[in-house]
Design a protein around this ligand. Sequence first.
Ligand code: PMP
Length: 395
Amino acid sequence: VSVLTNIELAPRDPILGLTEAYNADERATKVNLGVGVYTDENGKVPLLECVRRADELLASDRKPWGYLPIDGLKAYDDAVAELVFGDVVPRDRLAVVQGLGGTGGLKVAADFLHAADPSAPVLISDPSWENHKALFARAGFTVASYPYYDAATRSVNFAGMLDALKAADAGTVVILHACCHNPTGYDLTPEQWTQVRDVVVERGLVPLLDMAYQGFAESIEADGAAVRAFAEVGIPVFVTTSFSKTFSLYGERIGALSVVCSDADEAKRVLSQLKIVVRTTYSNPPTHGAQVVATVLGDPELRALWESELGAMRERIKAMRVGLRDGLVAAQPDADVDYIVSQNGMFSYSGLSKDQMVRLREEFGIYGLDSGRICVAALNESNLPAVVEAIAQVW
Ligand code: PMP
């Protein structure tokens, strides 16, 4: 008997498992709406022009690959602070570390928070990004959920959410989706955000805003409003950022964790502890993605180009939502599917049942999650008709 003898086979990751099944599917008409990746009108992951140009600038003055500081590239951390908080929080009150994607930022936050208060529970939305629960549980937390999606009304169960937050113990870590809720696509209104913020402050909860899609709902500015609403009240606020989708830099694993502190001294102490988490986990982060993002955000021309390319991705997703709604209404005139265009971001809770999702897969080669979540950012003019036709068939 060795240390490995009784190791159990872990279940496959449901989304990656879906991609494997998709890859093995030989039908030419197959469509992958499972994984959360934006693809362009040709069905390809885009290489943004701003990224290509930043990359060329970096290549034309190639520096050796030394280690970055533990908390990452300084120009990058400063650019994240500016992008996320604008002038709402002075830079010296922020502890920012470069992260390995949004997931890496969440993991550093989880380890830091668990060390700070091992008895605090974590609350996540029901439903949430499937990795939230696993990641926080693995970091040692007890993870429970607050109501979020109401299937009957196809909207947010806001009263239920607020009640759950009001009933939470002080110190509870609350994970909130800053915009483009994954998996449902339903976001809070600005007024609802204010109410949530006020309950969080009143109850002494610890907010962690997960921002993986800043700029995919309305604009960089508007999508950052919830974060800024929390940042301006003077309580500790944790914000994770991902540039996987907004820069189409999935494989570079580039993101961040920012912590809003009460003063510069607190920020210094917090940063010192975040650096211990990083140091004992992966020592220091990789160079390239941070250099690309810092180059784009630090150059007015490239930044403007990024904003326009991000806007084009957002508008293309919105056009696909309209196309899907219109196609479904054409197929079934009394269908009430306006919810598809009221959702934000890459995902739509389509309202389809597990049986219907299985039929879409088996009979039509259209791959979405059993929960009914489909990635509308993977729709395009070529695959949309087949998707509409198939959904109409399983309705
Ligand atoms: N949080 C949410 C809500 C997400 O949807 C995602 C990505 N799908 C992440 C975090 C992780 O992003 P990354 O790939 O940058 O680790």
